[in-house]
Write a protein that binds this ligand. Structure first.
Ligand code: NOJ
Length: 766
């Protein structure tokens, strides 16, 4: 629902005229200060601000219609308007569309004493109106250019709708597919996660933040949210310092090094301290060690949550702890606006803390160009032209194809023959135009994805019939409401599906999760095919074994039965607006799949957490007796390892060479490998390099990704791929968070996934 605010909307020219000529504003900021640096302008402005106005800059309100968290009782529109007019609001989220943004911005710049513009934030997670694949899917492309481009398109559309700040990228590393938010991130690996963080920040922010089509990015959730105990949402995190520094923090650091303008903290606690109140994370590491100059926004009311966590006894204490710890802006929590002024006036919180926060916030506003023209993101013509632009559809189709991972392809069932085939399309997600849009898509329109049925229908030389067989969900679905999974089998629907399956040459089944089964507040204890889908799959299998299973899901699934029985399996995630076209082009071989898993697929829930970069243990692989680190009822290996994905062609790795077998810590260690396309089609391969530091003062993982290259090889072609390893790749953080490089034996592995690799060794000296 999109409700206009029902106010007169002034153009920027009128606003300028009014503010410049009427003389009713004492300290209008739209004065020509071009010759001053941003720093000087900000300091000058802060010197004019009252304590109330400073706290106002640290206050962020939700808008008036979209809601992305629990609505506070006192969060009403009347109060928000009053506060806007007093200059007690520095930012709003979930206000979108040029008209609506213009209206709140007009109040901020015209009706407040200082006329400071708002910064307008929104969850542009995988596109605005035109949707890219969900982030975990994009991560599977390992294609950093495509990922950057997808963020660029999201920024172009969002900025055209008046938005100047996205709450993305989510760079939380996670090893637990029960956690619904793995769909929003780059998977389990800090190296890949860091590269993706960088690409996405660049895509959103571009080279010049003050351009009308670039927006400030926000690396979230700082920190360790992805390690929520048992994958349960909003939960405790208890991890050691080595994991924190080596696994959790690197993508945040990469985002900071890429000049990300903001970070968001989060709902979890870390080792006993809710992170919104953590000085260790926000002051010592982020703003201290990393010298981050942007600002930190809380998560939705996470400052209030210091109270139920049992860390602050009331709002006063929560405000004091969070502000002191470096949470610069309060998202829809009302805590700063209610408490901080008095806390400063009575000396409990130092005014310098406010000054530091406000300086950071104002600096980003200046960098965005909001002081030069607060309405620069509010051009209705541009809004019409940019949002849903056909070029954006082409680009999201491109990244959607690249995100698909071929998990199994027995007897080359895929690609499908292009003619003379009877294809039966079955499954509750096969003609779904909503679910493939995925979660986090507030600004897109429902039912606008191309379904797999629509995509396959474009290939006219085969006959295509469709039956859903079962429903996955009952009733309406929404981002804010729980889903109801259907558990009632309608035998006549099932029979219709079995009928078309019986007479088909190939059955394509589209099964998996509904788009709202992953995302925030969507933790699950079972990660197999939900509802009646497994039953349907087995029934169809009984009448026709020639099945291509296309999966739609926002997290790794445990599909051991399917892996054992179904000849072809395609991981198609939730691919956004162009979903069905991307799937059809891959199934028909118009695009040869090149995606690789960014997260391990377990065999079963009991294996979780399962991840490739685990430790060796003191008792690895000793199958000759029972006393070793293993399960008695399941293998240790995953169903599909990290980095895994097939192609319609085959690749052979040979000649792994480490050019300096004895190297010093200051050397560049050159490694090369030959990769040949040994199949019958041109294809792409992600060549992956892993290291193992064999003996460390802190034990090191059995493998760590430290390089990858996406290459294209023509049929029969061979290429030599070279990598260069430096201290940066060979060192690690010790338990006090210091980066060290230790001499000794290393192993190097190169291959097309984290399990099947060539191996060689070298020795690192001082
Ligand atoms: C809560 C989520 O945790 C966060 O990621 C999101 O950006 C905010 N709500 C705003 O919608």
């Amino acid at each position: 629902m999109n409700r206009h605010l029902g106010k007169t909307i002034l153009t920027y020219a009128t606003a300028l005229f009014l503010s410049g000529c009427s003389g009713d504003k004492k300290d209008n900021l739209m004065i020509d200060t071009k010759n001053e640096t941003i720093n000087e302008k900000v300091n000058q402005l802060i010197s004019k601000m009252t304590i109330e106005e400073k706290v106002g800059q640290m206050n962020q309100y939700n808008g008036f219609w979209d809601v992305t968290g629990p609505v506070p009782e006192n969060g009403n529109a009347k109060k928000k308007y009053e506060h806007l007019r007093k200059g007690w609001v520095g930012s709003m989220l979930n206000v979108r569309g040029t008209e609506n943004v213009k209206e709140v911005q007009r109040i901020a710049v015209e009706e407040t004493r200082l006329g400071i513009p708002l910064i307008i934030g929104f969850d542009v997670i995988h596109g605005y109106k035109t949707l890219s694949p969900i982030p975990i899917a994009e991560a599977a492309s390992w294609d950093l250019e495509a990922i950057e481009k997808s963020a660029r398109i999201a920024a172009i559309e969002a900025s055209a709708a008046g938005i100047n700040w996205t709450f993305a990228p989510m760079v939380d590393i996670s090893r637990d597919p029960r956690w619904g938010r793995v769909m929003e991130g780059g998977g389990e690996d800090p190296y890949l996660g860091s590269k993706i963080a960088k690409a996405r920040v660049k895509g959103f922010q571009g080279d010049d933040l003050s351009k009308n089509n670039t927006i400030a990015a926000c690396a979230k959730h700082f920190a360790a949210y992805g390690f929520s105990e048992s994958g349960k949402e909003y939960n405790t995190v208890d991890i050691g310092t080595a994991t924190l520094h080596n696994i959790v923090l690197p993508p945040f650091k990469a985002a900071v090094e890429s000049n990300v303008k903001t970070l968001m903290n989060s709902f979890n606690e870390l080792n006993g301290v809710p992170v919104t109140g953590s000085s260790f994370l926000q002051r010592d590491i982020l703003k201290g060690k990393w010298n981050f100059n942007g600002f930190v926004v809380s998560d939705w009311a996470s400052i209030n949550e210091l109270i139920p966590w049992g860390h602050a006894k009331d709002k006063k204490e929560a405000a004091k702890i969070a502000a002191t710890a470096g949470s610069d802006m309060d998202m829809e929590g009302n805590v700063y606006i209610e408490e901080l002024v008095n806390l400063v006036k009575n000396g409990t919180v130092k005014e310098s803390i406010l000054d530091d926060a406000v300086k950071r916030i104002l600096t980003v506003k200046y960098e965005l160009g909001l002081f030069d023209n607060p309405f620069r993101y509010c051009d209705p013509e541009n809004e019409k032209k940019s949002i849903g632009n056909p070029k954006h559809h082409d680009a999201v189709l491109d990244v959607a194809k690249k995100s698909i991972v071929l998990l199994k392809n027995e007897n080359n069932l895929l690609p499908l023959k292009r003619s003379g085939q009877k294809i039966a399309l079955i499954g509750p997600l096969a003609n779904d135009k909503n679910s493939p849009l995925g979660s986090w898509r507030l600004a897109s329109d429902d039912n606008t994805a191309i379904s797999v049925f629509e995509g396959l229908s474009k290939y006219k030389d085969n006959s295509l019939t469709f039956e859903k067989g079962i429903d996955l969900v009952e009733g309406a679905t929404s981002f804010t409401q729980p889903l109801k999974i259907n558990n009632t089998l309608n035998s006549s629907e099932v029979n219709k599906a079995l009928q078309i399956a019986k007479s088909a040459d190939v059955v394509v089944m589209v099964l998996g999760e509904h788009g709202f089964q992953s995302g925030e507040a969507r933790s699950r204890t079972e990660i197999d095919l939900p509802g009646l889908q497994q039953e349907l799959l087995e029934k169809v299998f009984k009448v026709n074994k020639n099945i291509v299973l296309v999966l739609n899901n926002g997290r790794p699934l445990a599909i051991e039965w399917a892996d054992k029985n179904i000849p072809a399996i395609v991981e198609a995630w939730q691919l956004g607006t162009q979903s069905g076209n991307a799937v059809a082009q891959v199934l028909y071989g118009d695009y040869n799949p090149s995606g690789k898993l960014p997260m391990t697929f377990p065999r079963n829930i009991g294996q979780i957490p399962i991840y490739y970069n685990h430790k060796s243990t003191g008792r690895p692989n000793q199958e000759s007796h029972v006393f070793w680190s293993h399960y008695t009822d399941s293998k240790n290996t995953p169903l599909y390892p990290f980095g895994y994905g097939l192609s319609y062609t085959t690749f052979k790795y040979s000649n792994l060479k480490i050019h300096n077998k004895k190297a010093s810590v200051n050397d560049n260690i050159k490694v090369s490998v030959k990769v040949s396309n040994t199949g019958n089609l041109d294809g792409k391969e992600v060549v992956q390099l892993y290291i193992r530091d064999l003996f460390g003062s802190i034990t090191r993982p059995v493998k760590e990704l430290k390089g990858f290259e996406l290459i294209e090889l023509k049929k029969g072609e061979t290429k030599t791929v070279e990598f260069s390893l430096t201290k940066k790749e060979l060192g690690f953080y010790n338990s006090t968070g210091d980066f060290i490089v230790e001499t000794g034996d290393f192993e190097i592995f190169i291959g097309g996934n984290s399990s099947e690799t060539l191996k060689d060794t070298f020795y690192l000296t001082e």
